[in-house]
Ligand binder design. Structure first.
Ligand code: TYD
Ligand code: MG
Length: 478
């Protein structure tokens, strides 16, 4: 039995604390400090810390080397059949890397990794799929839906970390998958599967193993309802790469988003669609997103948002409902930050002189996508105004621009990429920030706007009195 020291860690922010407290001293969340054990140092403090963190430890006696003499990435990446997956990984799987694939239960993590396994198998590599989540029969059933069953995919139904590590060592596969990290237990530590100690120690051990034998390991991690990978955010510090699979289970689109990548860009996304035979890559997500766009309905606007290096045309929908009661109006945002929405509502009220204090406002980003970019501000504001005035935005319009508190339309990065995407998908008119110096794009008329007010008139929403045309719901007053 190894010697332990006991520490506490916040399951929200990953901060460590020597004593238990009701409130995390770092992020001030309540009741999030959980006990966990750390193996005592083997030799020297720094060595143990980097080893605990799962980082590669330099052998003692390493000497400084001139940067120019360092060999470039020696081990080639292993590309997968899907460009969407390679993009998120930074070009393929790096040997010896530890990759965390997080997401809510049921979003499609096991399905995605089984696809990856089949792609490696069909290019002649062996894959070890260790699962403590499902029975071998269930896994076989899923794999058979996705493609032909390959003898090169080895299944290990096991929760015990020792057994999993032993199998990875013995088989030395081209890829190992552990589904999920929350079901794995290290017998050397106390605590049940999924506890902070177990999740953290198991991941750190798998990290050391991956580095030692050069086998890439993918971990599945379920996300708790708070949004952190269960077992704390610390898991994110341990692994090389963190990918989140997002999407609405009831819709088909899935976004795989890199939030950390030691071997590539950390804000790339890959887009997939879930269907009868598992996932498919979607190499033209704008087409998929616009395909469902409600034609010219009041409250809908198309924006061009950047995800990583890639522009996406996304439809935003809004619903503004006048209510006759004394409750504070409701503001509900799905697919975007609620605080951003509240700010935009304030800007609209002030700068477009529209009163929204008696209206519930709902906004929704179509396709289950999440917009994190201020470049969608102006589009969202016009969507809200369009619904308020019950008048659709002109056909073929794309709206690009950040909205400042003074109602000014601010410039956004990579404007031409966005415009190019809009032109490519047959949109005909773009509202863009004034002075942004856009290039020419065939078929796309470009209209520069300086303020929200100018955008309103360019979008033909202005020739109505402000605040009018909100249909009064019929209420029967007792
Ligand atoms: P799964 O990969 O088991 O999710 P996770 O591992 O993230 O918990 O995927 C589960 C969902 O995906 C399930 O609701 C059914 C759906 N699905 C399909 O729609 N088509 C398919 O071919 C497969 C395999 C799953
Ligand atoms: Mg699963």
């Amino acid at each position: 039995m190894p010697k332990f020291t006991v520490t506490f860690m916040c399951s929200e922010c990953g901060a460590e604390s020597l004593r238990w407290a009701g409130q995390c001293p770092a992020c001030h969340a309540w009741n999030t400090l959980q006990e966990f054990q750390v193996r005592k140092a083997l030799s020297g403090r720094s060595r143990s810390i980097s080893a605990q963190r799962g980082q590669a430890v330099e052998p003692t006696g390493a000497r400084p080397v001139p940067l120019s003499e360092i060999e470039p990435d020696s081990a080639p990446r292993q590309p997968l059949a899907w460009g969407e997956l390679n993009r998120v990984l930074g070009g393929g799987i790096v040997p010896g890397s530890l990759v965390l694939v997080g997401g809510e239960p049921g979003v499609g993590k096991s399905t995605l990794l089984m696809h990856a396994a089949q792609q490696i198998a069909s290019s002649g590599g062996r894959v070890l799929y260790a699962s403590g989540e499902e029975s071998p029969q269930q896994i076989r059933l899923r794999a058979a839906r996705l493609g032909p069953l390959s003898p090169r995919i080895l299944l290990l139904a096991e929760n015990d970390l020792d057994a999993i590590c032993e199998a990875i060592r013995a088989e030395s596969p081209r890829l190992a998958i552990v589904d999920s990290i929350q079901t794995v237990t290290d017998a050397g530590f106390e605590g049940g599967a999924g506890s902070v100690t177990q999740v953290r120690e198991s991941a750190a051990r798998l990290m050391r193993l991956a580095k030692e034998i050069g086998v890439p390991i993918f971990l599945v991690g379920h996300v708790t309802k708070e949004g952190a990978i269960a077992g704390p955010r610390v898991l994110e510090h341990i692994v090389d790469t963190v990918l989140y699979l997002e999407g609405d289970r009831r819709q088909e689109l899935r976004i795989l988003r890199a939030t950390k990548n030691r071997f590539g860009s950390a804000d790339e996304i890959g887009v997939f669609a879930m269907g009868e035979a598992g996932l498919e890559e979607v190499s033209d997500p704008s087409a998929a997103l616009l395909g469902n766009a409600a034609v010219a309905s009041p409250g809908a606007a198309v924006v061009a948002a950047l995800e990583g290096t890639r522009p996406l045309l996304i439809e935003i929908q809004s619903l503004v409902n006048k209510v006759n009661n004394n409750y504070p109006p409701r503001r509900i945002a799905s697919g975007m930050d609620i605080n951003r929405l509240l700010m935009l509502i304030a800007v609209i009220e002030k700068r477009a002189s529209v009163s929204l204090g008696q209206s519930d406002i709902f906004v929704n980003v179509a396709g289950g996508i999440r917009i994190t970019e201020p470049a969608a501000d102006l589009g969202l504001a016009l969507a809200i105004l369009s619904n308020t005035r019950d008048k659709p935005l002109p056909d073929g319009l794309v709206v690009i621009g950040e909205l400042g508190l003074a109602g000014e339309v601010r410039r956004v990065g990579q404007l031409d990429r966005r415009l190019q995407e809009a032109a490519r998908h047959g949109l005909t008119r773009a509202l863009i920030p004034a002075g942004a110096r856009a290039g020419r794009h065939a078929g796309l008329e470009i209209v520069e706007v300086r303020t929200l007010a100018e955008a309103i008139s360019a979008a033909h929403l202005s020739h109505m009195r402000s605040g009018e045309l909100i249909k009064e719901p019929e209420v029967s007053v007792p």
